[in-house]
Design a protein around this ligand. Structure first.
Ligand SMILES: C[S@@+](CC[C@H](N)C(=O)[O-])C[C@H]1O[C@@H](n2cnc3c(N)ncnc32)[C@H](O)[C@@H]1O
Length: 267
């Protein structure tokens, strides 16, 4: 599918000299993600599962530590994996700069790896993936779940959240609504962020486009994009049944339209 669509495509084509284009999670768009990620409030469920299963935790797609940092403060030992050096750098900087994390620093390892090609020499009590990031993974779900099964200790748990997207557009669904947010930058300036998701139900893929503008500055418009596959909870249930886990418990997220998926490795 086309990376940029609608007004994002028009701005990119018409004003290339005004644009700083970065893939989401890289360079300036790493900070952009952190600004918009405040919409997620999935931490309590991840904490609950961490308490039930205990550490060590393997957190995939950790980003700049939205879940990692509070879990670390709660006393868990964590291996935090992300594909983006820039997101991991933001996490490392928070660990180094903020005195609150000083005493927990030895409990966390930061690893820059692709979650579909992990090379780790430990096994874990829980593997977690926050912010519905499993959809960024292109691998077949059954193969991925089997790899996660091998990385878990007996009794361990794979826990992640998903957006349950329908196989075709719902008749009452508004087409591609645009979200507009205002944020305060670190230097106090106003930033305006517009984001819009475009779904191709035939290709079963979505592209999400972003622009960030800081009015009154010389800064270029930040144009960013990410894309992922779309699927529903029945796709996860089917793959879990075919995988070494054998089943998946699906739990509705009371705070959003999302679902949590919980798969247990038998003792
Ligand atoms: C939606 S963000 C989630 C960040 C953080 N966990 C949170 O909850 O806010 C997705 C993260 O997954 C990372 N990512 C994308 N594809 C990946 C892959 N194949 N392996 C590991 N990390 C990946 C991105 O770099 C990004 O930091």
């Amino acid at each position: 599918m086309k990376k940029y669509q609608g007004v994002f495509e028009r701005i990119k084509n018409k004003y290339p000299e005004l644009i700083n284009e970065r893939p989401l999670y890289y360079k300036e768009a790493a900070e952009l993600y952190d600004q918009i990620s405040i919409v997620y409030d999935d931490y309590p469920m991840f904490l609950q599962q961490a308490v039930i299963h205990g550490g060590p935790i393997l957190e995939l797609c950790c980003g700049s530590g939205r879940l990692t940092l509070p879990l670390l403060k709660a006393g868990f030992r964590i291996t935090a994996v992300d594909l983006s050096e820039d997101m991991l750098l933001n996490l490392r900087q928070q660990l180094e700069k903020n005195k609150r994390y000083e005493k927990y620093k030895n409990n966390v390892s930061l690893v820059c790896q692709d979650m579909t090609k992990l090379d780790l020499d430990e096994t874990y009590n829980i593997i977690m993936i926050g912010a519905t990031s499993i959809r960024l993974m292109e691998k077949d779900f059954i193969a991925f779940f089997n790899e996660m099964h091998d990385l878990l200790n007996p009794g361990g748990c794979l826990f992640f959240n998903i957006e349950d997207l329908p196989a075709s557009r719902r008749s009452n669904e508004a087409e591609n609504p645009m979200g507009v947010f205002d944020f305060e930058e670190k230097d106090g300036k106003l930033a305006l962020i517009c984001m819009q998701r475009f779904i191709d139900y035939e290709e079963k893929r979505a592209t999400v486009n972003f622009i960030k503008i800081v009015p009154g500055t010389e800064e270029k418009i930040l144009l960013s994009q990410t894309e992922y596959r779309i699927f529903g909870k029945e796709d996860i249930e089917f793959a879990a049944e075919k995988s070494k886990f054998g089943s998946c418990e699906i739990i509705k997220d009371a705070n959003s339209v999302n679902y949590f998926c919980r798969m247990l490795k038998k003792n």
